[in-house]
Design a protein around this ligand. Structure first.
Ligand code: SF4
Length: 332
């Protein structure tokens, strides 16, 4: 694949969780609806939204941990199915996920040596497979994530490392399979503020050096602006805005995006922009499908039409689209 080529694509992917009869009103919890996104080699896309917006479910769908209820995920143009025996492991050799909590994502019973040797051997990246070869490759992975000298970390256990070091080990473990796509689900939100930037810089460097397609999932739109080339904003399981990071953060279109941006202090932003839509309220109940726009109960601009018809995509400027009736030129 050449630079700029789509590696992983989600097309109209939806996920509804069902439980026993009557557990979810309305027949299920509609965690993700009509999710479409391209992940491109050497580019970082940020998926931004508050807790419960569906962004982590979207990441797990892309990682093959959940099967979509409808829609398709394609890897290098081929439709993904992880149901067949061995298919999950084959898919994981292309797509890796790094989870939020570096404390629980590593097994406290095993050394760092074990955490790295296992994926190297399982995915056939351990050279001869002999101990010396596995050790050299494990140490090299640790040095790639700036844990140096790598051999000094091999016989340590997760509890002997700081949170930042553990997250670096999680990233090294993901790299052991030589993935093309990395899904980083809130990778810095549980770390001290002082070490977050270092982890984001590491992910940025690896995206370039390893030629990865990276999805950065976060509730922090300020870090998304710093780190990502494009930002997708999710609300109530739906993507409501997408565009270049600068455009989405400096001139957000959707009232929900403006709400997210307005909570971030930013001296560069034009005075007053974003502060006009300081809306409040709770995220919606995902067990109930609303007829119109899912943001209508919280939106200060809601019109009758918003409560009756879900808005389609409008693209007021190239590559920057929004789902909001305010941008319907015919209406204007
Ligand atoms: Fe607000 Fe209507 Fe736009 Fe929804 S479609 S965000 S309710 S103005």
């Amino acid at each position: 694949m050449s630079s700029g080529e789509v590696v992983l694509r989600a097309e109209s992917v939806s996920k509804t969780f069902r439980a026993g009869r009557g557990f979810f009103r309305g027949g299920g919890l509609h965690a993700v609806s009509g999710f479409s996104l391209d992940l491109v080699r050497e580019r970082v896309v940020a998926l931004v939204g508050e807790s419960g917006s569906g962004k982590s479910t979207a990441a797990r769908l892309l990682a093959g941990l959940y099967a979509p209820t409808s829609g398709a995920i394609t890897l290098a143009g081929r439709r993904v199915s992880v149901r067949a025996p061995g298919a999950r492991r084959r898919y994981a050799s292309h797509v890796q996920i790094v989870l939020q909590d570096p404390f629980s994502s590593l097994n406290a019973s095993y050394s760092i040596r074990h955490h790295l040797a296992r994926p190297l051997l399982l995915h056939g990246n351990a050279g001869s497979g002999k101990r010396a070869d596995v050790e050299a490759r494990s140490a090299a992975l640790l040095e790639e994530v700036s844990l140096t000298p790598g051999r000094d970390f091999l016989d340590r256990y997760p509890h002997e490392l700081s949170g930042g070091q553990r997250q670096r080990v999680s990233i090294a473990r993901a790299l052991a399979v030589r993935p093309e796509v990395m899904l980083a689900d809130e990778p810095v939100s549980m770390l001290d503020v002082s070490i977050r930037l270092g982890i984001l810089r590491l992910l940025g460097r690896l995206t370039a050096e390893r030629r990865l397609a990276l999805l950065y999932i976060t509730h922090d739109i300020a870090s998304a602006r710093y780190f990502a080339t494009e930002i997708a904003v999710m609300y109530a399981g739906e993507m409501v805005e997408y565009g270049p990071s600068e455009d989405v953060t400096q001139a957000p279109l959707h009232p929900y995006s403006r709400l997210l941006v307005s909570t971030v202090p930013d001296p560069d932003r034009a005075a007053g922009r974003g502060s006009d839509t300081l809306v409040r309220g709770e995220p919606p109940d995902l067990t109930r499908r609303l007829a119109g726009c899912t943001f209508a109960p919280r939106c200060p601009f809601a019109m009758d039409r918003c409560r009756q018809q879900a808005p389609p995509r409008f693209e007021p400027s190239g590559g920057h689209w929004v789902r909001c009736w305010l941008f319907d030129e015919q209406e204007a």
